[in-house]
Design a protein around this ligand. Structure first.
Ligand code: PMP
Length: 297
């Protein structure tokens, strides 16, 4: 049986996506009390699965959640979701929610935490046309939730600031958004980190952003090629004067940006360093040091 819409794992069972449902009483739904991670499969191989598992398990620990599955079991559940779905390129999500307590207690310590996972066909933040010409991005005045409120290294569903940024961007005629940190510097966008290139060196915002695995991968790729890259503050002026800008996400990889607000970045074309990193990124997908095979039935 082939599952065009993907396969989920929940309560010990593998299900078609349409049958994977959670209770409306789950704190994950009621209070965004959950953590998750997403990893992609490309040509039948997970990309950097161990880094995603590290981030996921770290978040669970910091949220003081407990799971009945260990790292090996989670790995095998994720592989089974992908294998059963039959998809060679998939977007895979693992989720841990606070759950709810059998007595409807308001004490989160009483809740039974829940794990679920799913594999659906791969879908990118940017389509092919956008990858060729570069994304059009607007900078919204919206401020990303501060790290003292929510630790951004715990990958979470607190997205109302990002969604507001997205609507601001649509109102400004752009395709997606960047929002600010509490000091007014560039932070990140709805589902991606951002990099700028200036005089051959790369910079990415350091604080108040999700430590993205694709962002980390850009650091690793730069180390191999010998490009200089640093995490530091990025101002609105700096991003507009950059030679190149790109955004990074598991859902799409390295994606060029060629327009910010009303202005073109440099000559408005995808830059050479961005192109080189994009190619290098996709080349790494069948490298056994960076990827893990799925065994399909
Ligand atoms: N920032 C936010 C807010 C995100 O949700 C994501 C991914 N969903 C990213 C950045 C990119 O992280 P990664 O490269 O690990 O997908």
């Amino acid at each position: 049986r082939h599952y065009p819409h993907g396969v989920a794992f929940m309560d010990g069972q593998y299900l078609p996506m349409s049958e994977a449902k959670i209770s409306v009483l789950d704190w994950g739904f009621l209070h965004s009390d959950a953590t998750y991670d997403t990893v992609h499969v490309w040509n039948g191989r997970f990309f950097r699965l161990n880094l995603h598992l590290d981030r996921f398990l770290g978040g669970i620990e910091r949220l003081r959640m407990n799971l009945p599955y260990d790292r090996e079991e989670i790995t095998s559940i994720l592989k089974s979701c992908v294998a059963l779905s039959g998809h060679k390129s998939a977007y895979v999500e693992m989720i841990c929610t606070r759950g709810s307590s059998p007595t409807f207690s308001r004490d989160p310590r009483q809740a039974e935490n829940r794990f679920m996972a799913f594999a659906v066909p791969f879908g990118s933040v940017a389509n092919n046309e956008q990858l060729e010409r570069g994304l059009h991005v607007a900078i919204s005045e919206t401020v990303r939730i501060p790290p003292k409120s929510i630790d951004p290294s715990i990958k979470n569903y607190h997205w109302l600031d990002l969604v507001k940024g997205l609507f601001d961007a649509y109102d400004m005629g752009a395709e997606t958004a960047l929002i600010l940190d509490t000091d007014g510097h560039i932070a990140e966008g709805p589902g991606f980190n951002v990099f700028i290139v200036r005089d051959g060196s790369l910079t990415t915002p350091a604080f108040g952003v999700l430590p993205g695995i694709t962002r980390r991968t850009v650091f690793d790729l730069c180390a191999e090629i010998g490009l200089s890259v640093a995490a530091t503050d990025v101002s609105r002026a700096e991003i507009k004067q950059a030679d190149e800008v790109f955004v990074t996400s598991t859902a799409g990889g390295i994606m060029p940006v060629t327009r910010i607000d009303e202005a073109k970045i440099a000559n408005g074309k995808v830059g050479p360093i961005t192109s080189r990193l994009m190619n290098f990124y996709w080349q790494k997908h069948d490298d056994p040091a960076w990827s893990t095979a799925v065994t399909y039935p």
